[in-house]
Structure formats: C-alpha cells, structure tokens
Write a new protein. Structure first.
Length: 392
C-alpha cells in the first residue's frame, strides 16, 4: 500500500492566482513531502470532479465555490482546506478556510496614495463580490481617517471583460474617469479593472500617472505588463497562502483538529509593487515634489542627500524636516528604497550576476548591496530571484 498521503488539489491553473497557490503547496511538499498529488488543468469556474464524492483519499485543498464534492468527502472523514472566499460559500459549509486579508490590502493601497500627497480618491468596485467589498470598505475607511472621501464606481456583473460590449463598458469607464477631480488616485478591485482604467484614461486623454494614478490587486504579470503604462499592484502573498494551506492540511491528515470557529485564517498581503501607473507625487509642496522626482529619476546611481537638497532648492535640514513631516521618513531612506527597487527589477527581469547588478547601480561592494536588500526586503537577493525571476 502507498505510504504517502493521497491529496487532491482542486485549484485553477488558468489564472496566476491559482498557479501561485499551487506553487506554495509545492514548496511545502518539497520540504515536508512527498505526497501523492492529483491536480490537472482547470478553469476558475470548473466544477469539482465527480469522483471526489466517493474518493477514499486523505486530503483535499479546494478553491471551488460550490465545494459540493469536497463537502461529501469531508463528511466521510477526509481532511479538507478551502481556499475560496469564505463569504461566497454556502453558509452550511464548515471547512477550514485560508485567504488573503482583503481589508489589509485596501488599507495598504490607501496609505500608499496618502503618503504621495493625494487628496482625491476613487475605487473601482467589482459589484456583488464580497472580497471586493472588503477591499473597498477598508480603502474608504483609511482615506476618511486621513480626511478624504472616495468616489466609487461599481462595475456590474457581465462587465468584467468576459461578456457584454467591451466598447460600451470602456465608454462608461472613460466617462467616470473624466468626471473625477484631478489629480486622482484610483484603487481597482483587481488587476483586470486596473488595466481597463488605464486604457480608459488613454482613450480620453487623461495622463497616467500625472492626472490619474492607478493601483490594482494581484500583481498579475500579464495584466500589469500589458497595461501602458505598467500597472502598480499589490502582491497578495498568494504563495504563502498555498504553503499555509498545505501545512494545515498536513496536520489535519495527521489527526490534529481543524481551527475552531467559522472565521478564516487571514494571510496579510505582501508588498505593493510600484510601477509607472502610480509613480507620482501630488504635493502642493513643489520643492518636495521636485526632490522626490529627482530621487526617482536618478536612483540608478548613488546620489546623496545633499544633491537632492540642492536640486530641490532647500537646505539639507529643511529637506529632512519636510520629508519627516509629510512622508514620515527621511531623504536617505527614500534614496535607499528607490535604489533597492532598481535591484528588484534587475533580479526579476535579467540574469545579471549580483556583482554585475552591484556595479550597474554603483554600489561600493556587492556585500553592501546584499545587506541593504535583505534589510529592506526581508530576504536575500538570491532567495528573491529564486522566487520572482522571470528568467528562471
């Protein structure tokens, strides 16, 4: 008899989100396995396979909204972990659920925009989707705490690029974007909406990011790179969700009880990956805006705080005072953060050695770059490249 656990992974492979979940499960298996795993190519709306109803396996990780077959398997004593959005499920389901913290995602985007000096805000909502509602409500709440209101456009079902008349849908977005006070910061419920908002801005002549800054959610490389300019987006830490789901399933298959209560285990989002669509500052303080723009434009070399102060026509002391008051940080830390963003891009999109990256960006020593990178990103350059490089 096969001594390894038999596990069914009922997760879509058609979208980046599902593939990242599976990568997280795979990472757990590589360090704790092996498992005998069933998974196959799936779409997001595909039903669970019928054979799950009578299957005599050990565990299931499912992202199917219906989860009927998994529920029947659970009633037979098979361990089940659900990765679908718990509030979309049948209330009678009593499955452990792990998901991203959508409210934290909304707050993260609001804080990103507020720190950049915006006072006009909008949210493009996926109507009738509670995950979008959680992001929206948290975004609105954080903006209100900063003293600002938020305009909301709810995109109706069937208007998400999958059906209906795309040109009519884009005309609606063009009209909405055109009606917003400028400059305006827009959070899109997810990357597809963000990409469509950028397209609407281009159609009606609205400049991105100077007049409208846009941030999406999912950090899907397809939508973010097809958009022009490239879309900023929140990395939802999806691979970690998959890893934690596999860990929980493993403990349940070993006989440990599932977590108490109906509430899901929430995994906080990762970083907000800033691309051109939100790389702008909406400050009345033109000197500060000049300083920030200079840092962004010249971070490929080791610029100094004194250089920034000179370009901004401020004394070093006054520059540091304004950074502290309006941004809650220092010019030095801002320079270092921008330089690490350049390291991230080279690690992700090139096969340059660490030594070449260090030389390209003017670091005095490769070890200094690696130390700063780990302090900023919480991981080493090599580990980051292993996880995120598109050149693997």
């Amino acid at each position: 008899m096969d001594p390894f656990p038999h596990v069914a992974l009922i997760v879509e492979t058609s979208k980046q989100y599902g593939r990242e979940l599976l990568l997280g499960v795979g990472r757990y298996i590589q360090s704790h396995g092996p498992w005998s795993v069933y998974f196959t190519e799936r779409g997001e709306s595909d039903f669970e396979p019928d054979w799950i109803r009578d299957w005599q396996g050990d565990g299931i990780i499912t992202r199917s909204v219906s989860a009927v077959a998994s529920r029947l398997a659970q009633e037979r004593g098979i361990a089940v972990v659900n990765l679908g959005y718990y509030r979309e499920l049948d209330a009678s389901l009593d499955m452990p659920c792990i998901n991203c913290d959508h409210s934290a995602t909304g707050r993260l985007v609001a804080e990103h925009f507020v720190k950049r000096g915006f006072t006009n805000f909008a949210f493009c909502d996926a109507r009738d989707c509670s995950w979008s509602a959680d992001r929206r409500d948290a975004f609105i709440g954080a903006c209100r705490e900063a003293g600002h209101e938020v305009e909301v456009l709810a995109i109706p079902p069937g208007s998400e690029g999958h059906g209906g008349d795309w040109e009519e849908d884009q005309a609606l977005l063009c009209s909405w974007v055109g009606s917003l006070p400028k400059p305006c910061a827009i959070m899109a419920a997810y990357d597809l909406f963000g990409s469509r908002i950028i397209d609407a801005c281009r159609r009606n002549g609205t400049r991105v990011p100077e007049e409208v800054a846009v941030v999406g959610v999912d950090n899907d490389p397809l939508f973010c790179s097809v958009s022009w300019p490239p879309l900023s987006s929140v990395d939802q830490n999806v691979e970690e969700i998959g890893f934690q789901a596999a860990s929980l399933l493993d403990s349940m298959m070993a006989g440990d009880p599932p977590p108490d209560g109906p509430q899901p285990i929430l995994v906080p989002p990762g970083e907000l990956v800033t691309r051109t669509s939100s790389e702008v500052f909406a400050f009345d303080d033109t000197n500060l805006a000049t300083a920030l723009q200079f840092i962004r434009d010249h971070a490929r070399r080791p610029i100094t705080v004194d250089e920034v102060a000179l370009r901004a026509s401020l004394s070093r002391r006054e520059l540091e005072r304004r950074f502290s008051r309006q941004l809650g940080t220092s010019p030095y830390k801002t320079i270092q953060r921008e330089r690490i963003k350049r390291v991230v891009k080279l690690l992700t999109y090139t096969d340059y050695t660490l030594e070449r990256i260090s030389d390209t960006l003017g670091f005095s020593e490769t070890s200094n770059m690696a130390t700063l990178f780990k302090k900023t990103m919480g991981t080493s350059p090599g580990q980051f490249r292993e996880k995120h490089s598109i050149k693997k």
